[in-house]
Design a protein around this ligand. Structure first.
Ligand code: PA5
Length: 430
């Protein structure tokens, strides 16, 4: 079963929809014919299928797990920022965050996604009793935050494991360019190349995500199979009403044209928190340029119904909502029956918690639609690698279309340079 998209009725007129359709179809063509701005970074479009068919590459991925038996590894350090770590963290968190005791899952330290010193202090203390495998990821191989993190870790590894330091490091970077490539080649690290034609935030299904996720015990084949099935749906269906990603992208523009410049990505499944962060980066960095774009933000329910719920229901009508749901949770529990009714919960005792969570979701959608916040509901049958693969490809494809509908290049990020230039000047680099 596939991902399903439910869209609101009656928010815009047929005439308005018909006006948007040619823009959507044009954007679809630019993306699928690889003829739009940034076309040199559209390698991700056919990648799930190509990767699954590349048996040698898939084997090299599985071979990596042998490292666990060859050297003593009790933890992973994953270094990267933005598109170089966000997808890994999203999938890792979605599939393991419910394991409160973290039994059967290897401890992971994420580093290089900021430069706050207290975190570093504790991270370095934590490492003192560990035997980690380090995965350092940077497409350019020159990004400051992961480079700083890797400098700390490299010094520590070289001093602590002088005879096997190179075996404890895997570098994922450009095939030829950048400081990290130079380091990997000179020091003899195991390394993986990131395809030239795939940019950071579209790269989770390349070595960028697949290497760390495989080492985390997550099934890369199932992820790719989900993505490949969504690839087929997105590429084979060129009609607006038949293609879920094209529909979603077009609805976003419909809402914007009706004065809704903010998209709130919500879920009643807190495991999807970092998937929301990944989505936010994908759309924010791809669309937000030249004074255009829909502002992406996220909320997790029911938690945030007790904070931002008031605003969504009753504040300025500037947003629409995209709700991600899971039809059947992996596990369920039943609300206990008690002889007394001192907590006034008699009306739900004996019911599954999934039932209560579902009613909270249904009630919230009704309330928000009544409050004039349109809701798109996107659901997957279950939370597993296959359906996460579908979701990832779905959002990447929709993001490419939506960005082209804004007439911007989805695959660059010129605005990111502004803070870097100031920081480098203040630090005396330039
Ligand atoms: O989407 C992007 O291109 C960015 O978010 C990058 O992934 C991020 O800036 C990290 O870049 P790099 O992998 O070159 O270190």
């Amino acid at each position: 079963m596939n991902l399903n998209v439910n869209i609101p009725n009656n928010f815009i007129t047929t005439e308005e929809w018909n006006q948007l359709e040619p823009y959507a179809i044009h954007a679809y063509k630019l993306l699928t014919e690889k003829s739009g701005e940034g076309k040199e970074f559209t390698g991700w479009i056919h990648l799930p299928e190509l990767t699954l068919n590349n048996k040698n590459w898939m084997n090299s991925l599985f071979q990596l797990k042998k490292l666990y038996s060859e050297i003593n590894i009790d933890s992973l350090v994953i270094i990267g920022i933005g598109g170089s770590y966000m997808g890994t963290k999203a999938i890792h968190f979605a599939l393991t965050s419910h394991l409160i005791t973290q039994e059967n899952s290897i401890p992971v330290l994420y580093l290089g996604h900021h430069i706050e010193p207290t975190y570093y202090y504790h991270a370095l203390r934590w490492l003192e009793s560990r035997h980690p495998l380090v995965i350092v990821i940077s497409k350019s191989g020159t990004t400051t935050e992961p480079a700083i993190a890797f400098r700390f870790i490299r010094k520590w590894i070289e001093e602590t494991f002088p005879h096997e330091s190179a075996r404890r490091i895997i570098a994922i970077t450009d095939a030829r360019k950048g400081s990290l490539r130079k380091l990997a080649d000179e020091k003899g690290y195991t390394s993986f190349a990131i395809p030239d034609d795939v940019g950071g935030r579209f790269s989770v299904l390349t070595s960028v995500g697949l290497v760390p996720l495989t080492l985390l015990g997550i099934n890369p084949e199932a992820l790719l199979e989900g993505a490949m099935d969504m690839q087929k749906i997105c590429l084979e269906r060129s009609q607006l009403n038949k293609n879920p990603a094209l529909l979603y992208a077009t609805w976003r523009h419909a809402f914007l044209s009706r004065g809704r410049p903010i998209e709130v990505w919500t879920t009643f499944y807190p495991q999807l928190y970092y998937l929301g962060e990944w989505w936010k980066q994908l759309f924010g960095e791809s669309e937000g340029k030249q004074g255009k774009g829909i502002f992406p933000t996220t909320l997790t329910y029911t938690t945030d119904l007790h904070s931002m719920g008031q605003y969504i229901q009753d504040g300025s009508r500037i947003m629409f909502e995209t709700m991600i749901s899971i039809e059947t949770p992996s596990h369920d529990v039943t609300i206990p029956c008690l002889p007394d009714n001192l907590d006034d919960l008699h009306y739900i005792e004996g019911k599954n918690l999934s039932y209560v969570n579902q009613k909270a979701e249904d009630g919230t959608i009704m309330a928000h639609v009544d409050g004039n916040v349109p809701v798109i509901r996107i659901s997957i049958p279950e939370l597993n690698e296959y359906h996460l693969g579908q979701l990832i490809y779905f959002f990447e494809f929709a993001c490419g279309i939506s960005s082209y509908m804004f007439n911007v290049n989805p695959f660059d990020q010129p605005g990111v340079e502004a803070y870097k230039n100031n920081m480098f000047r203040l630090l005396g680099k330039i």
